[in-house]
Design a protein around this ligand. Structure first.
Ligand code: TYD
Length: 205
């Protein structure tokens, strides 16, 4: 049996992560791989607090938000029965829609990036992914997708923030030489992008 993989999918809001994750999961399942799809913020209590902050309902400082994401991620990894650790141990491949790279890019824009990185990377309860797929789409494309798909924008979906976030992702990736980061061109036909994503994870075992 192949080792189960822990795959983190990252990208700007409106980069098509949802579609690509579903396509990747179907392909892996068709090959007989058991797959667990999950996302951050989670469905746990911390995830609810985070969603209220993202919508603007409650005000949080960037460091406070980074702390909430950290706590949410610990629960995401360690939760009995449904956590990432438990899934991987039972032989299931895990695909998460966002992981700590999002904290580095988003909270790292407004608070101390090294602190956010150290807190996550040195936390014994947080599991390192086998691979991170970054779906790269120009920020103006994301912006128009958000515009046509949402009634209101969350705090990080403001037009001027999107390009800043993309730049921050690249800065973060350059600080992580020991991480397996695959930058995938996510412009084009969904089937074509799915092929690139599949190729990117195919060599990881
Ligand atoms: P959401 O609308 O739930 O999902 P998505 O845009 O990925 O489809 O938004 C999640 C938001 O949370 C997104 O704007 C990025 C942000 N975020 C952070 O700021 N830090 C983090 O650590 C994570 C996981 C997400």
């Amino acid at each position: 049996m192949k080792k189960p993989l822990f795959i983190a999918v990252e990208g700007l809001d409106g980069s098509g992560k949802g579609t690509q994750i579903k396509m990747l999961a179907s392909r892996l399942e068709a090959e007989g791989t058991k797959v667990y799809l999950t996302s951050e913020p989670t469905q746990f209590t911390t995830g609810g607090l985070i969603r209220d902050a993202l919508s603007g309902l409650t005000k949080r400082t960037p460091a406070e938000l980074a702390g909430l994401f950290l706590s949410d991620r610990i629960a995401h990894c360690q939760s009995p029965g449904v956590g990432i650790k438990c899934m991987l141990e039972s032989g299931v491949t895990v695909i998460t829609d966002r992981y700590y790279y999002s904290s580095f890019a988003y909270q790292g824009m407004d608070t101390d990036l090294d602190w956010v990185m150290n807190a996550n990377l040195n936390c014994p309860d947080i599991i390192k992914p086998d691979v991170c797929i970054f779906l790269d789409v120009p920020s103006d494309v994301c912006d128009s997708r958000i515009e046509s798909g949402r009634a209101s924008r969350e705090i990080y979906e403001k037009r001027e923030t999107i390009e800043r976030t993309r730049q921050k992702y690249f800065e973060v990736f350059s600080k992580l030489p020991d991480h397996n980061i695959k930058i995938v061109n996510a412009v084009g036909d969904p089937e074509e992008i799915a092929e690139r994503v599949y190729e990117a994870i195919n060599n990881v075992q």
